[in-house]
Write a protein that binds this ligand. Structure first.
Ligand code: C2E
Ligand code: CA
Ligand code: CA
Ligand code: CA
Length: 280
């Protein structure tokens, strides 16, 4: 599996889905993986559609399993949920991503925006205050100002009535961090939620970027125009071709990420990508 990180990860996720026994092994091992240093944060550049400059990164967790190789977060995050360890994993991700970017900036990397995925489980009554605390402490330790941190939540977080999400969202906003709605268009959120919640950024799911026909284009235009009406920054996900980028430019999309710019890369590989757009 010597492909780009994105590809090898997808390869292993299929293997994992195949075997229940393997799933249980993974569950047991995931508890130790954090302590053993087998989890690693990767960073995918986010670029301005207009200038092409890299202005931010999304942190994406990777598991370097000694036997299975790179395990996809899409297969081990659901397992973490079943095992009841998403909160520990989520806290680890926030600490590690901020620490990683903090290290890079201390070494001279230009200031970037940082986006971190936060699962719905982090917003329940029980752990919401722990989330707020980890964000506050990790920001302080890293020296990164709150305005440069964006927490990516999904429609699932917003519609979860059992939890305490609106209160936790308010507490996070009070810290000064930004909020993004991830995978927009794939879930169930009503426009009412979008208007009511303090969302700063809308991330349009890859499936709406891929389409080429007239209807796809109309849909893209409608999403962007709605987001602009609500004063949200619009980020397109999974941009793979120059054609897609041109269309996003024409429709007024603000930012993009995807293989066209770069796959997710390790902390040590990131500076080379940023320096090409920010000459020292
Ligand atoms: P996501 O947040 O939608 O992240 C984007 C996914 O699309 C990433 O997969 C990324 O590698 C992939 N991707 C990026 N550019 C392209 C492209 O041009 N084409 C295609 N086909 N794919 C592209 P990844 O890293 O495997 O992550 C999958 C999902 O796992 C993420 O989807 C996110 O929901 C979840 N995830 C990843 N890291 C974390 C984390 O630290 N915490 C939580 N809670 N969830 C995470
Ligand atoms: Ca995301
Ligand atoms: Ca997404
Ligand atoms: Ca996704």
């Amino acid at each position: 599996a010597k492909q780009r990180p994105g590809n090898s990860v997808a390869f292993y996720s299929q293997h994992l889905a195949a075997s229940e026994a393997q799933k249980m092994e993974v569950e047991g091992r995931l508890r130790d993986a954090m302590a053993l240093g087998e989890l690693e944060m990767y960073f995918q550049p986010q670029a301005s559609v207009r200038s092409g400059d890299v202005v931010g990164v999304e942190a994406l967790v990777r598991w370097n399993h000694p036997d299975l190789g790179l395990v996809s977060p899409e297969s081990f995050i659901p397992i973490a949920e079943e095992a009841g360890i998403t909160v520990d994993l989520g806290c680890w991700v926030i600490e590690s991503a901020l620490a990683g970017l903090g290290r890079l900036e201390a070494a001279g990397l230009p200031a970037l925006q940082l986006s971190i995925n936060v699962s719905a489980d982090m917003f329940t009554d029980y752990v919401g205050s722990r989330l707020v605390q980890v964000v506050r402490d990790s920001l302080k330790k890293s020296g990164i100002p709150p305005r440069r941190l964006t927490l990516e939540i999904t429609e699932r977080t917003i519609i979860d009535e059992s939890g305490n999400a609106p209160q936790v969202i308010d507490d996070l906003k009070a810290l000064g961090v930004r909020l993004a709605l991830d995978d927009f268009g794939t879930g169930y959120s009503s426009l009412g939620y979008l208007k009511a919640l303090p969302i700063d950024e809308l991330k349009i799911d890859r499936t709406f970027i891929m389409g080429q026909d007239k209807e796809d284009r109309a849909f893209l235009r409608a999403i962007i125009s709605m987001a602009k009406t609500l004063n949200m920054v619009v980020v397109a996900e999974g941009v793979e071709t120059q054609e897609q980028l041109v269309r996003l430019y024409e429709e007024g999309c603000d930012m993009y990420q995807g293989y066209l710019c770069s796959p997710p890369v390790s902390e040590s590989a990131l500076p080379a990508l940023v320096k090409t757009t920010f000459p020292a």
